[in-house]
Design a protein around this ligand. Structure first.
Ligand code: PEP
Ligand code: MG
Length: 588
């Protein structure tokens, strides 16, 4: 039966594929892809575990005391019958060989499918056999856990909920059916594991438009819908699903006519992308000859190639926190960070790289295990620069690594979430201390331009004092909107209030741009607003000449710039600013 689920459109495009529903099983198991040459070994692993459990149950039956209740014997018979069911064995074999799922994943996927069939049965006795099946599968899983290592150990921790594509690179092309990921929630770190494009799209039940998970999806340039409530309950394993990332709609079990329509739209999107790719080498100039700098936001050192391919003239925001995530507290040291920063500097081929110091907190946890309840209010708690200043040794390790990397190329150092003058002074003192430490070790380092993110209303309102301390500013509109409008950017329940066009937000953005331009300091927008083509003309009209966004958005924004006449946009932008309802004027 065809039905639609509505959510928030967070990453454009259309994906059509089979659903891989994760984290809906009550059993926590590792999920990862195997290589095609590991299929037989993996099937054997599942078979051996099943045979071992059969042996175990038979032994139990033989050794059962004479006075044991008769039901126990009957129950073991049922379990043995389920274990020896050829249909179960065939289905598991199928998930492994066709989808390259690891054995545990194959087993729990099949368990979910059979569980649903049990749920739909009229006969109560049969319905209750579901619990037996679960026990049997649990026994097999336990056996696998205790047995020898799997053929390819997963990259993710052993209790990972989402697939950890340990061997995902080998998967490209090996599985012909496109897969879309359906989950209750995905952390930014989970998302990073999908970077090699194993999945054609993804759907989560929770999340807002500028949640960090959505941002990573955009950076991967794959269609995504978040906030699609109940998606992980309504969508079944292996259902055909269409993700319309433009409209924020998910269509489950589409009819052939709907499939054909979306297949057509998918091809149209591809043609549009191809057309845009021709703009890559076109200089980014407005019609009246104003130069506009288009920079890339990146999350990983290896992302430089995509940035260069998209025609970025530098990195405007390197979110270094992704280097620190998913490491179970084992944070990267100076040497490892130094190498990562050098990798991106080399990748950018002489273009400037803006490295932002660590921006973690409860909204971007370092590890899944980090207890969320610990924070009274995640967005207002120990985040970003506050976190760094609370752990000066860790902060200076990062600063030393960045300073050293700066001797290899043009580096700009950016600090997130500053609000207080005292924080600015402490931050700069830590930087000086890091330089002293490098001097004492006789280690070379390079010059860096210093920048602050303006992402708290207090910072925007006191921008002049920021301009005294820093060489450049970068407006983080994602957080600026969150804190100005008091809405959690990750919470889909208030997503409708997340409004970049709110007059209060626009006023703060406009004033920061104006003050920076008047002081002759560089000013950039690196929040999602910079990559939103409906905002390009307004930002140009407000005097912005530097935009930083995910590489996938650069060419569409460039197209807007090529069509814009900046001199005419300035008076129009003023009209928008003076209006009580700016969004209305933006439509024209
Ligand atoms: C922002 O807040 O706009 C920003 C760019 O930083 P992040 O999204 O990483 O918080
Ligand atoms: Mg921010």
């Amino acid at each position: 039966m065809t039905f639609a689920i509505h959510g928030l459109a967070v990453s454009r495009g259309i994906a059509i594929g089979r659903a891989v529903v994760v984290a809906s099983s009550r059993m926590e198991v590792v999920h990862y892809f195997i290589r095609p040459d590991q299929v037989e070994t993996e099937i054997a692993r599942a078979r051996n575990a099943r045979n071992a459990v059969i042996e175990e149950l038979r032994r139990l039956q033989e050794e059962m005391p004479k006075d044991a209740p008769g039901e126990l014997d009957a129950l073991l018979d049922v379990h043995l019958m389920l274990l020896q069911d050829q249909a179960l064995a065939d289905a598991i074999r199928n998930w492994i060989s066709e989808r390259l799922y690891n054995a545990e994943w194959a087993l729990t996927t099949q368990l979910e499918i059979i569980s649903r069939q049990f749920d739909e049965m009229d006969d109560e006795y049969l319905r209750e056999r579901k619990a037996d099946l679960e026990q049997v599968v649990e026994r097999i899983l336990r056996h696998m856990k205790g047995a020898a290592n799997p053929v390819s150990p997963p990259l993710a921790p052993a209790d990972a909920q989402a697939p950890a594509p340990g061997q995902q690179l080998a998967l490209d092309g090996a599985v012909e059916t496109p897969l879309v990921l359906v989950a209750q929630d995905l952390s930014p770190a989970d998302m990073l594991q999908f970077k090699s494009k194993v999945f054609a799209g993804f759907i989560t039940a929770v999340g807002g438009k500028t949640s960090h998970t959505a941002i990573v999806a955009r950076s991967m340039d794959i269609p995504a819908v978040v906030g699609a409530r109940a998606a992980s309950q309504l969508i079944r394993q292996d259902d055909w699903v269409i993700i319309d990332g433009n409209e924020g709609v998910v269509i489950v079990d589409p009819t052939p006519i709907i499939l054909a329509e979306y297949g057509f739209r998918q091809r149209q999107n591809e043609l549009e992308r191809e057309r845009l790719s021709r703009l890559r080498f076109t200089p980014s100039l407005t019609l009246d000859g104003q130069k506009v700098e288009l920079l890339a936001n990146i999350e990983q050192p290896g992302d430089g190639a995509a940035a260069v391919r998209a025609g970025a003239v530098g990195v405007g925001l390197f979110r270094t926190e992704f280097l620190f995530m998913g490491r179970s507290g084992n944070l990267p040291g100076e040497e490892e960070q130094y190498r990562a920063y050098c990798e991106i500097i080399d990748g950018m081929q002489g273009m400037p790289v803006t490295i932002r110091t660590l921006d973690v907190g409860a909204d971007k946890p370092l590890d899944k295990a980090q207890p969320k309840d610990y924070y009274l209010n995640p967005a207002l708690g120990l985040r970003a620069i506050r976190w760094s200043l609370a752990d000066p040794a860790m902060f200076r390790t990062q600063l030393r690594a960045i300073l050293r990397a700066a001797s290899h190329g043009k580096v700009k150092l950016l600090f997130p979430m500053l609000a207080h003058r005292s924080e600015i002074e402490q931050t700069l003192a830590q930087l000086r201390q890091a330089q002293v430490e490098l001097d004492a070790r006789g280690v070379a380092y390079g010059p860096v331009k210093l920048g602050a993110m303006i992402e708290i209303p207090a910072a925007a309102l006191t921008v002049r004092s920021f301009l005294q301390y820093f060489d450049f500013l970068s407006i983080g509109t994602n957080d600026l909107i969150q804190y100005t409008l008091a809405i959690d950017r990750a919470d889909e329940a208030v997503a409708h209030l997340y409004d970049p066009m709110h007059p209060a937000v626009l006023r703060l953005v406009a004033e920061v741009i104006e003050a920076s331009n008047a002081a002759g300091k560089e000013i950039c927008v690196c929040g999602e607003m910079a990559g939103d083509i409906s905002m390009t003309r307004l930002l140009l009209g407000l005097g912005l000449r530097s935009f930083s966004m995910h590489p996938a958005q650069i060419l569409a924004v460039k197209q807007e710039i090529l069509r814009a006449d900046a001199s005419k946009l300035a008076p129009w932008a003023q009209e928008v600013m003076d209006s009580d309802f700016p969004a209305k004027l933006l439509e024209h």
